[in-house]
Write a protein that binds this ligand. Structure first.
Ligand code: PLP
Length: 431
Protein backbone atom coordinates (compact mmCIF):
# COMPACT_ATOMS: atom_id res chain seq x y z
CA UNK A 1 0.00 0.00 0.00
CA UNK A 2 2.71 2.42 1.08
CA UNK A 3 4.77 1.32 -1.92
CA UNK A 4 1.81 2.08 -4.26
CA UNK A 5 1.40 5.50 -2.72
CA UNK A 6 5.13 6.30 -2.75
CA UNK A 7 5.53 5.37 -6.40
CA UNK A 8 2.64 7.68 -7.35
CA UNK A 9 3.64 10.67 -5.25
CA UNK A 10 7.33 11.43 -5.88
CA UNK A 11 6.83 15.19 -6.29
CA UNK A 12 4.75 15.30 -3.10
CA UNK A 13 7.58 13.53 -1.28
CA UNK A 14 10.05 16.18 -2.46
CA UNK A 15 7.68 18.95 -1.37
CA UNK A 16 7.23 17.29 2.01
CA UNK A 17 11.01 17.14 2.51
CA UNK A 18 11.21 20.83 1.64
CA UNK A 19 8.26 21.68 3.92
CA UNK A 20 9.74 19.80 6.88
CA UNK A 21 12.60 22.29 7.02
CA UNK A 22 10.33 25.30 7.50
CA UNK A 23 6.89 24.08 8.63
CA UNK A 24 6.86 22.16 11.92
CA UNK A 25 5.94 18.58 11.00
CA UNK A 26 5.91 19.65 7.36
CA UNK A 27 2.28 20.79 7.64
CA UNK A 28 0.20 23.82 8.60
CA UNK A 29 -2.12 21.79 10.86
CA UNK A 30 -0.98 18.58 12.59
CA UNK A 31 -4.04 16.57 11.54
CA UNK A 32 -3.17 17.07 7.86
CA UNK A 33 -0.12 14.82 8.20
CA UNK A 34 -0.51 11.13 7.45
CA UNK A 35 2.03 8.37 6.86
CA UNK A 36 4.32 8.20 5.03
CA UNK A 37 3.81 11.90 4.02
CA UNK A 38 0.80 13.84 2.78
CA UNK A 39 0.28 14.51 -0.90
CA UNK A 40 0.43 18.13 -1.99
CA UNK A 41 -2.59 19.49 -3.80
CA UNK A 42 -2.01 21.39 -7.02
CA UNK A 43 -5.65 22.21 -7.76
CA UNK A 44 -9.19 21.20 -6.95
CA UNK A 45 -12.49 21.29 -8.79
CA UNK A 46 -15.92 19.89 -8.03
CA UNK A 47 -15.56 16.62 -6.13
CA UNK A 48 -11.88 16.18 -7.02
CA UNK A 49 -8.46 17.04 -5.69
CA UNK A 50 -5.44 16.81 -8.03
CA UNK A 51 -1.99 16.46 -6.54
CA UNK A 52 1.33 17.78 -7.85
CA UNK A 53 2.10 14.37 -9.40
CA UNK A 54 -1.10 14.51 -11.44
CA UNK A 55 -3.09 12.00 -9.35
CA UNK A 56 -6.83 12.54 -9.03
CA UNK A 57 -8.70 11.93 -5.79
CA UNK A 58 -12.44 11.78 -5.19
CA UNK A 59 -12.43 14.05 -2.16
CA UNK A 60 -14.49 12.98 0.87
CA UNK A 61 -12.63 15.28 3.27
CA UNK A 62 -13.73 18.42 1.44
CA UNK A 63 -11.60 21.03 3.16
CA UNK A 64 -12.28 19.83 6.72
CA UNK A 65 -15.97 19.27 5.72
CA UNK A 66 -16.45 22.94 4.75
CA UNK A 67 -17.20 22.45 1.05
CA UNK A 68 -20.79 21.25 0.77
CA UNK A 69 -20.98 22.48 -2.83
CA UNK A 70 -17.59 20.97 -3.74
CA UNK A 71 -14.44 22.81 -4.82
CA UNK A 72 -14.85 26.16 -6.59
CA UNK A 73 -18.59 25.91 -7.27
CA UNK A 74 -19.45 28.24 -10.19
CA UNK A 75 -21.93 30.37 -8.21
CA UNK A 76 -19.36 31.05 -5.48
CA UNK A 77 -16.58 31.76 -8.00
CA UNK A 78 -18.82 34.29 -9.75
CA UNK A 79 -19.79 36.07 -6.52
CA UNK A 80 -16.20 36.15 -5.28
CA UNK A 81 -14.86 37.44 -8.59
CA UNK A 82 -17.37 40.27 -8.51
CA UNK A 83 -16.43 41.10 -4.92
CA UNK A 84 -12.67 41.01 -5.69
CA UNK A 85 -13.17 44.03 -7.91
CA UNK A 86 -14.97 45.90 -5.13
CA UNK A 87 -12.55 45.47 -2.26
CA UNK A 88 -11.18 42.46 -0.43
CA UNK A 89 -11.25 43.75 3.14
CA UNK A 90 -13.17 46.82 4.26
CA UNK A 91 -12.73 47.04 8.01
CA UNK A 92 -15.98 49.00 7.98
CA UNK A 93 -19.64 48.04 8.12
CA UNK A 94 -21.24 46.92 4.86
CA UNK A 95 -24.55 45.59 3.58
CA UNK A 96 -23.39 42.03 2.80
CA UNK A 97 -22.78 41.30 6.48
CA UNK A 98 -26.40 42.24 7.19
CA UNK A 99 -27.65 40.10 4.31
CA UNK A 100 -25.73 37.11 5.58
CA UNK A 101 -26.87 37.42 9.21
CA UNK A 102 -30.44 37.89 7.99
CA UNK A 103 -30.08 34.65 6.04
CA UNK A 104 -28.66 32.89 9.10
CA UNK A 105 -31.58 34.19 11.18
CA UNK A 106 -34.02 32.82 8.63
CA UNK A 107 -32.41 29.40 8.49
CA UNK A 108 -31.10 28.66 11.99
CA UNK A 109 -33.86 28.40 14.65
CA UNK A 110 -31.81 29.84 17.55
CA UNK A 111 -30.20 32.67 15.55
CA UNK A 112 -32.03 35.88 16.23
CA UNK A 113 -28.74 37.78 16.25
CA UNK A 114 -25.31 36.72 15.02
CA UNK A 115 -21.70 37.88 15.15
CA UNK A 116 -18.97 36.65 12.79
CA UNK A 117 -15.49 35.44 13.62
CA UNK A 118 -12.76 34.00 11.41
CA UNK A 119 -12.78 30.45 12.75
CA UNK A 120 -14.81 27.99 14.75
CA UNK A 121 -12.22 28.18 17.52
CA UNK A 122 -12.76 31.90 17.97
CA UNK A 123 -16.53 31.52 17.81
CA UNK A 124 -16.47 28.92 20.60
CA UNK A 125 -14.21 31.14 22.68
CA UNK A 126 -16.51 34.14 22.37
CA UNK A 127 -19.62 32.00 22.89
CA UNK A 128 -18.15 30.66 26.13
CA UNK A 129 -17.29 34.14 27.32
CA UNK A 130 -20.79 35.31 26.43
CA UNK A 131 -22.35 32.46 28.41
CA UNK A 132 -20.21 33.38 31.41
CA UNK A 133 -21.24 37.02 30.99
CA UNK A 134 -24.95 36.22 30.86
CA UNK A 135 -24.97 33.80 33.79
CA UNK A 136 -22.29 35.35 36.00
CA UNK A 137 -20.88 31.84 36.44
CA UNK A 138 -17.33 30.67 35.84
CA UNK A 139 -17.54 26.91 35.30
CA UNK A 140 -18.40 25.43 31.93
CA UNK A 141 -19.07 21.88 30.72
CA UNK A 142 -18.21 19.96 27.56
CA UNK A 143 -18.25 16.34 26.43
CA UNK A 144 -15.65 13.61 26.18
CA UNK A 145 -14.38 13.60 22.62
CA UNK A 146 -15.93 16.99 21.84
CA UNK A 147 -13.72 19.18 19.64
CA UNK A 148 -14.36 22.89 19.69
CA UNK A 149 -11.03 24.16 18.39
CA UNK A 150 -7.85 25.25 20.11
CA UNK A 151 -9.35 27.57 22.76
CA UNK A 152 -7.69 26.65 26.08
CA UNK A 153 -10.81 26.22 28.22
CA UNK A 154 -12.43 23.88 25.68
CA UNK A 155 -9.35 21.91 24.70
CA UNK A 156 -9.99 19.44 27.48
CA UNK A 157 -10.87 15.73 27.17
CA UNK A 158 -10.79 15.69 23.39
CA UNK A 159 -8.71 12.57 22.73
CA UNK A 160 -8.74 9.28 24.59
CA UNK A 161 -7.38 8.80 27.24
CA UNK A 162 -9.06 11.99 28.34
CA UNK A 163 -6.91 12.68 31.38
CA UNK A 164 -3.77 13.50 29.35
CA UNK A 165 -3.60 17.25 28.61
CA UNK A 166 -4.41 17.98 24.97
CA UNK A 167 -1.47 20.32 24.57
CA UNK A 168 1.54 21.60 26.40
CA UNK A 169 1.12 25.15 27.59
CA UNK A 170 -2.45 24.80 28.85
CA UNK A 171 -2.23 26.25 32.36
CA UNK A 172 -4.09 24.74 35.30
CA UNK A 173 -5.95 28.04 35.55
CA UNK A 174 -7.16 27.81 31.96
CA UNK A 175 -8.69 24.35 32.28
CA UNK A 176 -9.69 24.08 35.93
CA UNK A 177 -13.20 25.44 35.34
CA UNK A 178 -14.06 22.93 32.64
CA UNK A 179 -16.15 19.90 33.60
CA UNK A 180 -15.99 16.86 31.34
CA UNK A 181 -19.27 15.05 30.65
CA UNK A 182 -20.12 11.62 29.16
CA UNK A 183 -21.76 11.82 25.70
CA UNK A 184 -25.15 10.17 25.13
CA UNK A 185 -25.46 9.48 28.87
CA UNK A 186 -27.97 11.82 30.46
CA UNK A 187 -27.79 10.19 33.89
CA UNK A 188 -24.00 10.54 33.82
CA UNK A 189 -24.35 14.21 32.94
CA UNK A 190 -26.85 14.81 35.77
CA UNK A 191 -24.51 13.10 38.17
CA UNK A 192 -21.48 15.19 37.13
CA UNK A 193 -23.43 18.43 37.41
CA UNK A 194 -25.36 17.59 40.59
CA UNK A 195 -23.56 20.08 42.82
CA UNK A 196 -22.22 22.37 40.13
CA UNK A 197 -23.23 25.79 38.93
CA UNK A 198 -22.15 25.99 35.30
CA UNK A 199 -22.57 28.78 32.77
CA UNK A 200 -22.88 26.55 29.73
CA UNK A 201 -22.89 23.06 28.31
CA UNK A 202 -21.43 22.88 24.83
CA UNK A 203 -22.26 19.90 22.64
CA UNK A 204 -21.81 18.87 19.02
CA UNK A 205 -25.05 17.35 17.70
CA UNK A 206 -22.79 14.83 15.93
CA UNK A 207 -19.35 14.35 17.49
CA UNK A 208 -16.93 15.37 14.74
CA UNK A 209 -13.36 14.49 15.63
CA UNK A 210 -14.85 12.21 18.31
CA UNK A 211 -15.80 9.72 15.58
CA UNK A 212 -18.86 10.98 13.72
CA UNK A 213 -21.08 9.80 16.59
CA UNK A 214 -24.60 11.23 16.48
CA UNK A 215 -26.28 12.36 19.66
CA UNK A 216 -29.45 10.46 20.48
CA UNK A 217 -32.49 12.66 20.16
CA UNK A 218 -33.67 11.91 23.69
CA UNK A 219 -30.23 12.80 24.98
CA UNK A 220 -30.29 16.27 23.40
CA UNK A 221 -33.86 16.82 24.59
CA UNK A 222 -32.79 15.77 28.08
CA UNK A 223 -29.87 18.20 27.98
CA UNK A 224 -32.26 20.98 27.00
CA UNK A 225 -34.49 20.16 30.00
CA UNK A 226 -31.52 19.97 32.36
CA UNK A 227 -30.25 23.36 31.17
CA UNK A 228 -33.71 24.87 31.72
CA UNK A 229 -33.89 23.40 35.21
CA UNK A 230 -30.48 24.69 36.24
CA UNK A 231 -30.39 27.98 34.28
CA UNK A 232 -27.51 26.76 32.18
CA UNK A 233 -27.04 28.06 28.65
CA UNK A 234 -27.04 25.23 26.12
CA UNK A 235 -24.53 25.78 23.32
CA UNK A 236 -24.67 23.71 20.13
CA UNK A 237 -21.35 23.65 18.35
CA UNK A 238 -22.64 23.35 14.80
CA UNK A 239 -19.37 24.08 13.05
CA UNK A 240 -19.74 20.77 11.18
CA UNK A 241 -23.48 20.10 11.42
CA UNK A 242 -24.62 23.65 10.59
CA UNK A 243 -26.09 23.87 7.06
CA UNK A 244 -25.21 20.19 6.57
CA UNK A 245 -27.71 18.06 8.53
CA UNK A 246 -30.51 20.45 7.56
CA UNK A 247 -30.75 24.08 6.39
CA UNK A 248 -31.09 24.93 10.09
CA UNK A 249 -28.37 22.46 11.13
CA UNK A 250 -28.50 19.93 13.94
CA UNK A 251 -31.04 21.97 15.90
CA UNK A 252 -33.55 21.63 13.08
CA UNK A 253 -32.62 18.00 12.40
CA UNK A 254 -33.13 17.07 16.08
CA UNK A 255 -35.78 19.68 16.82
CA UNK A 256 -33.95 20.91 19.93
CA UNK A 257 -33.24 24.61 20.26
CA UNK A 258 -30.01 25.69 21.97
CA UNK A 259 -29.50 29.10 23.58
CA UNK A 260 -26.32 29.82 21.65
CA UNK A 261 -25.14 28.26 18.38
CA UNK A 262 -21.63 28.19 17.04
CA UNK A 263 -21.22 28.04 13.27
CA UNK A 264 -18.33 27.88 10.81
CA UNK A 265 -17.07 25.92 7.81
CA UNK A 266 -20.01 25.78 5.32
CA UNK A 267 -21.15 29.27 6.34
CA UNK A 268 -18.04 30.77 4.70
CA UNK A 269 -18.68 29.21 1.29
CA UNK A 270 -15.07 27.97 1.19
CA UNK A 271 -13.49 30.99 2.90
CA UNK A 272 -12.40 31.40 6.54
CA UNK A 273 -15.27 31.94 8.97
CA UNK A 274 -16.89 31.27 12.29
CA UNK A 275 -19.99 32.75 13.89
CA UNK A 276 -21.99 32.58 17.08
CA UNK A 277 -25.62 33.42 17.48
CA UNK A 278 -28.52 33.42 19.90
CA UNK A 279 -31.52 35.39 21.12
CA UNK A 280 -31.49 39.17 21.21
CA UNK A 281 -31.46 39.07 24.99
CA UNK A 282 -28.26 37.01 25.04
CA UNK A 283 -26.48 38.61 22.10
CA UNK A 284 -27.14 42.14 23.32
CA UNK A 285 -24.37 41.65 25.86
CA UNK A 286 -21.99 42.20 22.93
CA UNK A 287 -23.48 45.62 22.27
CA UNK A 288 -21.03 48.21 23.56
CA UNK A 289 -23.73 50.88 23.49
CA UNK A 290 -26.07 48.88 25.70
CA UNK A 291 -23.42 47.51 28.06
CA UNK A 292 -20.37 49.39 29.29
CA UNK A 293 -17.11 47.92 30.56
CA UNK A 294 -16.98 45.75 32.65
CA UNK A 295 -20.48 44.54 31.75
CA UNK A 296 -20.19 43.94 28.04
CA UNK A 297 -18.80 40.79 26.53
CA UNK A 298 -16.04 41.64 24.07
CA UNK A 299 -15.92 40.27 20.56
CA UNK A 300 -14.10 41.52 17.45
CA UNK A 301 -11.32 40.97 14.94
CA UNK A 302 -9.62 42.56 11.93
CA UNK A 303 -11.12 40.24 9.33
CA UNK A 304 -14.58 39.75 10.86
CA UNK A 305 -17.31 39.96 8.20
CA UNK A 306 -14.69 40.02 5.46
CA UNK A 307 -16.56 40.92 2.26
CA UNK A 308 -15.14 38.04 0.19
CA UNK A 309 -16.27 35.54 2.83
CA UNK A 310 -19.66 37.23 3.13
CA UNK A 311 -20.20 37.06 -0.64
CA UNK A 312 -19.22 33.39 -0.79
CA UNK A 313 -21.30 32.50 2.28
CA UNK A 314 -24.36 34.27 1.01
CA UNK A 315 -24.56 32.45 -2.34
CA UNK A 316 -23.88 29.17 -0.56
CA UNK A 317 -26.73 29.61 1.92
CA UNK A 318 -29.08 30.73 -0.84
CA UNK A 319 -28.45 27.43 -2.61
CA UNK A 320 -28.97 25.41 0.58
CA UNK A 321 -31.92 27.32 1.97
CA UNK A 322 -34.82 25.29 0.56
CA UNK A 323 -33.34 22.02 1.81
CA UNK A 324 -33.52 20.15 -1.50
CA UNK A 325 -29.77 19.75 -1.97
CA UNK A 326 -29.29 18.79 1.68
CA UNK A 327 -32.07 16.18 1.50
CA UNK A 328 -30.44 14.65 -1.52
CA UNK A 329 -27.06 14.53 0.23
CA UNK A 330 -28.61 13.01 3.34
CA UNK A 331 -30.14 10.21 1.27
CA UNK A 332 -26.77 9.49 -0.33
CA UNK A 333 -25.15 9.61 3.12
CA UNK A 334 -27.62 7.01 4.36
CA UNK A 335 -26.83 4.80 1.39
CA UNK A 336 -23.08 5.13 1.98
CA UNK A 337 -23.42 4.12 5.64
CA UNK A 338 -25.61 1.13 4.78
CA UNK A 339 -23.47 -0.07 1.92
CA UNK A 340 -20.16 0.24 3.80
CA UNK A 341 -21.67 -1.73 6.67
CA UNK A 342 -22.95 -4.44 4.32
CA UNK A 343 -19.62 -4.67 2.53
CA UNK A 344 -17.55 -5.19 5.66
CA UNK A 345 -20.14 -7.61 6.99
CA UNK A 346 -20.06 -9.63 3.77
CA UNK A 347 -16.31 -10.08 4.24
CA UNK A 348 -16.62 -11.00 7.90
CA UNK A 349 -14.94 -7.79 9.11
CA UNK A 350 -16.36 -6.29 12.28
CA UNK A 351 -17.11 -2.66 11.53
CA UNK A 352 -19.49 -0.02 12.83
CA UNK A 353 -20.39 2.82 10.53
CA UNK A 354 -21.27 6.04 12.34
CA UNK A 355 -22.55 9.38 11.12
CA UNK A 356 -25.76 11.18 10.24
CA UNK A 357 -26.98 13.10 7.23
CA UNK A 358 -24.07 13.36 4.82
CA UNK A 359 -21.39 12.49 7.42
CA UNK A 360 -19.87 9.00 7.77
CA UNK A 361 -17.03 7.23 9.53
CA UNK A 362 -15.87 3.64 10.05
CA UNK A 363 -14.84 1.96 13.30
CA UNK A 364 -13.41 -1.54 13.28
CA UNK A 365 -15.00 -2.99 16.39
CA UNK A 366 -17.79 -5.32 17.42
CA UNK A 367 -19.10 -2.77 19.94
CA UNK A 368 -21.77 -0.25 19.09
CA UNK A 369 -20.14 3.21 18.93
CA UNK A 370 -22.25 5.61 21.01
CA UNK A 371 -19.50 7.82 22.39
CA UNK A 372 -15.90 8.86 21.84
CA UNK A 373 -14.30 6.25 24.15
CA UNK A 374 -15.93 3.52 22.05
CA UNK A 375 -14.63 5.15 18.87
CA UNK A 376 -11.11 5.37 20.29
CA UNK A 377 -11.17 1.76 21.49
CA UNK A 378 -11.89 0.49 17.97
CA UNK A 379 -8.95 -0.72 15.87
CA UNK A 380 -7.55 2.63 14.72
CA UNK A 381 -4.50 1.02 13.14
CA UNK A 382 -6.81 -0.83 10.79
CA UNK A 383 -8.76 2.35 10.12
CA UNK A 384 -5.57 4.16 9.08
CA UNK A 385 -4.64 1.17 6.89
CA UNK A 386 -8.09 1.25 5.23
CA UNK A 387 -7.94 5.02 4.68
CA UNK A 388 -4.41 4.82 3.24
CA UNK A 389 -5.49 2.03 0.89
CA UNK A 390 -8.23 4.34 -0.38
CA UNK A 391 -5.83 7.26 -0.79
CA UNK A 392 -3.36 5.11 -2.74
CA UNK A 393 -6.24 4.35 -5.12
CA UNK A 394 -7.62 7.84 -5.62
CA UNK A 395 -10.19 8.20 -2.83
CA UNK A 396 -9.34 10.79 -0.21
CA UNK A 397 -10.51 10.46 3.36
CA UNK A 398 -8.15 12.09 5.85
CA UNK A 399 -7.11 9.06 7.92
CA UNK A 400 -9.39 8.43 10.94
CA UNK A 401 -11.47 11.54 10.23
CA UNK A 402 -15.08 11.76 9.10
CA UNK A 403 -15.99 11.61 5.46
CA UNK A 404 -18.58 13.93 3.97
CA UNK A 405 -20.10 14.42 0.56
CA UNK A 406 -20.89 17.48 -1.50
CA UNK A 407 -23.42 18.31 -4.18
CA UNK A 408 -20.54 18.02 -6.67
CA UNK A 409 -20.13 14.29 -5.99
CA UNK A 410 -21.32 12.09 -8.83
CA UNK A 411 -22.58 8.54 -8.72
CA UNK A 412 -19.12 7.55 -10.04
CA UNK A 413 -17.40 9.12 -7.02
CA UNK A 414 -19.61 7.17 -4.64
CA UNK A 415 -19.13 3.97 -6.68
CA UNK A 416 -15.37 4.49 -6.50
CA UNK A 417 -15.57 4.72 -2.70
CA UNK A 418 -17.49 1.45 -2.67
CA UNK A 419 -15.21 -0.29 -5.19
CA UNK A 420 -12.02 0.64 -3.30
CA UNK A 421 -13.60 -0.32 0.02
CA UNK A 422 -14.60 -3.66 -1.47
CA UNK A 423 -11.04 -4.24 -2.68
CA UNK A 424 -9.66 -3.35 0.75
CA UNK A 425 -12.15 -5.60 2.55
CA UNK A 426 -11.36 -8.53 0.29
CA UNK A 427 -7.62 -8.10 0.85
CA UNK A 428 -8.00 -7.50 4.60
CA UNK A 429 -10.03 -10.67 4.99
CA UNK A 430 -7.49 -12.82 3.23
CA UNK A 431 -4.51 -11.24 5.05
C1 PLP B 1 -17.23 20.96 15.86
C2 PLP B 1 -16.07 21.88 15.65
N1 PLP B 1 -15.97 22.98 16.40
C3 PLP B 1 -14.97 23.86 16.24
C4 PLP B 1 -13.98 23.64 15.32
C5 PLP B 1 -12.86 24.62 15.18
O1 PLP B 1 -13.02 25.34 14.00
P1 PLP B 1 -11.77 26.03 13.30
O2 PLP B 1 -10.87 24.94 12.84
O3 PLP B 1 -12.39 26.83 12.20
O4 PLP B 1 -11.14 26.90 14.33
C6 PLP B 1 -14.04 22.52 14.51
C7 PLP B 1 -13.01 22.28 13.49
O5 PLP B 1 -12.86 21.24 12.92
C8 PLP B 1 -15.11 21.60 14.69
O6 PLP B 1 -15.18 20.48 13.95
Amino acid sequence: MVVDYASRTKKSKALYERAERVLPGGVSYGIRFFEPYPFYTARARGSKLYDVDGNEYADFWLGHTALILGHSPPAVVKAVNAQLENGTQYGTSHEREIELVEKVAKMVPSAEMTRFTNSGTEANMYATRLARTCTGRTKIAKFEGGWHGGYDALQVGVKYPFDIPESAGLTAGAVQDTILLPFNDLEGVREKLRDQQVASIVVEPVLGSGGGVPAEKEFLKGLRDLCDEKDILLIFDEVITGFRLAPGGGQQYYDVKPDISVLGKILGGGFPIGAFCGSKEIMEHLDTLAYKRPHYSFHGGTFTANPITMAAGLVTLKLLEDGQLINRLNKTGEKIREQLKDMFEAHGIDAQITGAGSIFNTHFTTQEVKNAPAAYKADRKRLVEYNLALIANGVFLLPTHNGVISTAHSRNDIEKLFAETEKYARRAKSA
